[in-house]
Design a protein around this ligand. Structure first.
Ligand SMILES: Nc1nc2c(ncn2[C@@H]2O[C@H](COP(=O)(O)OP(=O)(O)OP(=O)(O)O)[C@@H](O)[C@H]2O)c(=O)[nH]1
Ligand SMILES: [Mg+2]
Length: 329
């Protein structure tokens, strides 16, 4: 099960109360106040862990809290500080407020640690309130409450290249051919049910390029047909979109119509997609019908088209080279 959106209730620890106490010892009449302070409540952090791939851990346990601070005690003993709570989340996690309007935090890099909720301060014990005019103070402070609330966690995969295509166009085959990933490939629609990221390695220059394979889109995805627009959020942050088009037109499909439908679905989801650089991978060029279709397709489309075949490997080095300017060290 892949979980990319979840609602959680989080709470930092409350501070411990200050203590009201007086020294009672043999031969020490009027020993004075000796109530210690309460300990501070634990903070709640989020931590970017690249071993996590989704938010599944928070689907089954939606309530998390840091430890409360201990109350102060007599004999000037201060309460122990509450333990912090550190929640591990995958890179690309965004923390939204309850109404999903404001983004409060974002995890982008491995090892990043963000203080999300602050624990309450401990209250002062009566030891702090003695003075020349009040030598037996009965005043103490309560501990402060820790911050807390309901939050929405949303995962938006981080990759440089995002693959967009109809089901069965060969997106997973392309990911497998270019990277070390081993995505499931099948001759039936919606083989891929969750997004994943593969890394293309450029051996000569030691560069790396991340590529996100997402489930296929179909016409009417904006009306929630197929798997809908749900997974498009995983390519929202990509710098380049690579359209994978089945050029052989299997299942009586028309490559040009497929391409126009994909553009329309992206536009309906977010106008931001129109500003991203795009390329087209014309797949399945090993099949005889593909050559015919490619000629007509190239005439109608202004974007760069790279004819490839994931099966025979034809055109893959050229496509890899065309993507190299987006790679990083
Ligand atoms: N002949 C030929 N078949 C291909 C090529 N690339 C992929 N296929 C076949 O096309 C079918 C679908 O491939 P997938 O990689 O699963 O397609 P997908 O786009 O990931 O599909 P979904 O995950 O369902 O969206 C499989 O049967 C592949 O073997 C190719 O270059 N040539
Ligand atoms: Mg697939």
């Amino acid at each position: 099960m892949f979980v990319d959106e979840v609602r959680v209730t989080l709470k930092a620890g409350d501070g411990g109360h200050g203590c009201l106490s007086f020294l009672r010892e043999k031969y020490k009449p009027n020993g004075g106040p000796n109530g210690g302070d309460g300990g501070k409540g634990g903070d709640l952090y989020i931590f970017c862990d690249d071993n996590a791939s989704d938010l599944c851990a928070y689907q089954f346990q939606a309530h998390w809290r840091a430890e409360n601070g201990e109350p102060g005690r007599g004999s000037e003993q201060y309460g122990k500080q509450g333990k912090d709570c550190v929640l591990l989340m995958p890179p690309g996690t965004l923390v939204y407020d309850e109404d999903k309007e404001v983004c409060l935090a974002e995890l982008t890099e491995k090892g990043q640690k963000i203080l999300l909720l602050q624990g309450g301060k401990g209250g002062k014990g009566n030891i702090h309130f003695k003075s020349s005019v009040n030598q037996a103070p009965r005043r103490t402070e309560p501990g402060e409450l820790g911050q807390g609330g309901t939050f929405n966690l949303v995962l938006k995969t981080i990759a440089t290249v995002g693959l967009v295509g109809f089901p069965n166009a060969g997106k997973s085959s392309l990911t497998n051919a270019l990277t070390q990933a081993q995505r499931k490939i099948g001759a039936y629609p919606f083989t891929t049910l969750n997004p994943s990221v593969g890394i293309i390695l450029y051996q000569d220059s030691y560069q790396r390029l991340s590529i996100a394979d997402i489930p296929g889109l179909i016409e009417g995805a904006h009306e929630d047909r197929g798997l809908g627009h749900r997974f498009l959020r995983h390519i929202e942050r990509c710098h380049v979109l690579l359209f994978v088009i089945d050029m052989a037109g299997e299942d009586t499909r028309n490559p040009l119509k497929d391409y126009n439908t994909l553009i329309e679905e992206l536009r309906r989801y977010s106008p931001e997609f129109a500003t991203k650089p795009c390329m087209i991978a014309a797949n399945k060029m090993d099949l005889p019908e593909a050559k015919e279709h490619l000629k007509a397709f190239k005439k109608a489309v202004s974007l760069p088209v790279y004819p490839i075949s994931c099966l025979s490997g034809e055109g893959l080095p050229e496509l890899k080279k065309a993507l190299q300017p987006f790679a990083v060290y």
